[in-house]
Design a protein around this ligand. Structure first.
Ligand SMILES: NC(=O)c1ccc[n+]([C@@H]2O[C@H](COP(=O)([O-])OP(=O)(O)OC[C@H]3O[C@@H](n4cnc5c(N)ncnc54)[C@H](OP(=O)(O)O)[C@@H]3O)[C@@H](O)[C@H]2O)c1
Length: 241
């Protein structure tokens, strides 16, 4: 029986590549998104993957969304916490709204989503929880106190939850992408990318979304059951931990 995978933010960028790779590997896939209906409909038409709209920063919306996905596809066995946003600015100019939006979407969502599926995974003695953190959660980044704090939090979440569930067939891992060629990075001015970002990447290029999807597939596999609590770095050599 094909396993069921849910990818948050699964209709664009890295998440879209993850959704497609899981489908190609034989998973039954649900892709969540926040509000870009046009992108989600295009993704659905191109891939045949079911799309579901809700806000991962809302606990109640996650509860209702997961319930719907499970009614449609079956119990979720692989959860990919991928949805994320940036609201960059220097900390001394940061508003409470910019702080709260990023913490709730990039870190609060791990509670909101994982809490919905963990009891079922424990009962069935199988689960894969994979969260997309960031290089900037590992090393910090100018203008991203909110984002770096949330992404570092994702790693702590991963380690503690992995400990609690290691005996029960559930693995919990994080992936830290470096700079990946998506709309999130395309929002960085081209000259900043060329002069400041790419020269810091030993591989001399941005990563591609499919290169993160490859790491997700590796961790999602049944055969990856001994890998838990780990942080997998995929960054072209930019930061080595
Ligand atoms: N790109 C990079 O270089 C990079 C590097 C390190 C880590 N990451 C992390 O990788 C993940 C994906 O990044 P990306 O570059 O692929 O981003 P992206 O292209 O901006 O796509 C973000 C996706 O997340 C969804 N989303 C955003 N807020 C949401 C919410 N509140 N509820 C539900 N869905 C929400 C979006 O839905 P809509 O389409 O409806 O807006 C979209 O599908 C993020 O966690 C990001 O922090 C990215």
């Amino acid at each position: 029986m094909a396993r069921v995978a849910l990818v948050t933010g699964g209709t664009r960028g890295i998440g879209a590549a993850i959704s497609k790779a899981l489908k190609a590997a034989g998973y039954k896939v649900a892709a969540n998104y926040a509000g870009n209906d046009a992108a989600a409909e295009k993704f659905k038409a191109e891939t045949g993957i079911a799309v579901y709209k809700w806000d991962v920063s809302s606990f109640d919306a996650c509860a209702a969304g997961v319930k719907q996905v499970e009614a449609d596809l079956g119990p979720i066995e692989v959860l990919v916490n991928n949805a994320g946003i940036t609201r960059d600015t220097a900390f001394h100019k940061m508003t409470l709204e910019q702080w709260t939006a990023v913490i709730n979407t990039n870190l609060g969502s791990l509670f909101n989503m994982t809490r919905q599926v963990i009891e079922g995974m424990r009962a069935r003695k199988f689960g894969r929880i994979i969260s997309i953190s960031s290089i900037n959660g590992q090393k910090g980044q100018f203008g991203q106190v909110n984002y770096s704090a949330a992404k570092a939090g994702d790693i702590g979440f991963t380690k503690a939850l992995a400990l609690e569930n290691a005996k029960g067939g559930i693995t919990v891992n994080a992936i830290c992408p470096g700079y990946i060629n998506t709309e999130m990075v395309q929002a960085v001015p081209k000259d900043v990318l060329e002069k400041n970002v790419i020269p810091q990447i030993p591989a001399s290029r941005l990563g591609e979304p499919e290169e993160i999807a490859r790491a997700v597939l590796f961790l999602a596999a049944d055969e990856a059951g001994f890998i838990t609590g780990s942080t997998l770095t995929v960054n072209g050599g930019q930061y080595m931990v």
